[in-house]
Write a protein that binds this ligand. Structure first.
Ligand code: AMP
Length: 331
């Protein structure tokens, strides 16, 4: 097991032990990793120190992750002041869903994205980890003599590892990932139930997927994109979150090195979310230029018009074409 940041982890463990009140934060537009990490951490700390007050502060809801207990509650400002805040899976302060996290007496950042904003008093960032839940599992394994984790808590961490690593396929998945997943499974995770919750879809979603296959388009350089407007979402009865899941449908197209899903959201400012995924060509720089960020091969950004979406697509396509001109190793 890699404990490259042992000293930082020791400091985090000391602080957690010291505080009576701990508040956990995560990013906006929740995903399996940030929900798994916060729910798992909450469970682990409550089991270990039942006398401590441990809460998640986040007003969001999520149709897809309701099964994992999205509370949608925020902690009053007054209570934050004496608390230790732990922010999981969030690269920069703007992306934390509850912006008041900096009111906490001290803040710890635990994250696996490319570092761009060390906003914590203590920052533990490992960019090569496949998920922040993997880091949570590392943390548990290092202090397993002192910490308590049960099948429910292990299940939350396992959920984040599965979802962020694309079921252990994406780069970042290494021997440690599988050893840690094995450690969690040994605690009794109910994988059958978890996979049903994550992957069963209603009939309308399968029909929507067929529409996506029909309507995705490839630019000359090989960049594929799908544009999902509100009318399409309405036709298939999907919210923006459910509609966004289809980015993974485009991941195995030969010659396509970057693929993009644009999803019109319900925001009044006309926000259009873009999900970027790639092979061989890094897409995080492109995402940063379009109001976002993320990982080398999986990132996200925002555009505000169809015209901006087309410009982003053209830029991504030029990156694909350039890569093909200068490399022979692409597929
Ligand atoms: P998504 O397509 O939303 O799953 O995002 C892929 C990765 O990029 C995740 O790790 C996100 O946390 C990150 N990401 C997505 N959108 C943004 C954004 N606007 N700013 C920074 N990071 C983002």
């Amino acid at each position: 097991m890699k404990y490259e940041n042992g000293a930082v982890m020791d400091e985090i463990f000391r602080k957690i032990r010291e505080y009576d009140s701990i508040v956990l934060f995560r990013h906006r537009r929740v995903d399996g990793d940030c929900v798994g990490a916060t729910r798992g951490f909450e469970r682990m700390l409550k089991l270990t120190w039942p006398e401590k007050r441990v809460r998640i502060s986040d007003a969001q809801s999520s149709s897809r992750l309701a099964f994992a207990g999205m509370e949608g509650k925020i902690v009053p400002e007054e209570e934050l002041k004496g608390s230790l805040g732990i922010v999981l899976d969030t690269a920069d302060r703007e992306r934390v869903s509850d912006k008041r996290f900096l009111s906490c007496r001290e803040v710890i950042k635990i994250d696996h994205h490319i570092e761009k904003d060390p906003y914590g008093d203590v920052n533990w960032v490992e960019e090569e980890r496949s998920s922040v839940c993997e880091m949570c599992a590392v943390f548990y394994s290092r202090y397993s003599d002192a910490l308590r984790l049960d099948s429910e808590g292990a299940g939350y961490f396992f959920m984040g590892m599965v979802t962020d690593s694309g079921r252990f396929r994406f780069s970042g998945t290494d021997g440690d990932t599988l050893r840690l997943a094995g450690m969690l499974l040994d605690l009794g995770v109910d994988t059958g139930r978890l996979y049903s919750n994550l992957y069963l879809r209603d009939m309308n979603e399968w029909k929507y997927r067929a529409w996506v296959y029909e309507n995705m388009a490839m630019a000359p350089g090989g960049c594929v994109r799908i544009y999902i407007d509100k009318k399409i979402r309405e036709r298939f009865g999907l919210d923006a979150e459910a509609a966004a899941a289809v980015v993974s449908l485009m991941e195995n197209i030969r010659g396509c090195l970057i693929w993009l899903a644009f999803i019109e959201t319900d925001g009044e400012d006309g926000e259009i979310r873009v999900r970027l995924r790639s092979r061989s060509v890094r897409c995080d720089g492109l995402a940063s230029r379009w109001r976002g960020g993320g990982h080398a091969f999986a990132s996200g950004g925002t555009v505000y018009s169809r015209e901006e979406a087309d410009r982003l697509w053209a830029e991504a396509d030029e990156m694909c074409a350039e890569y093909k001109r200068t490399h022979t190793d692409w597929m």
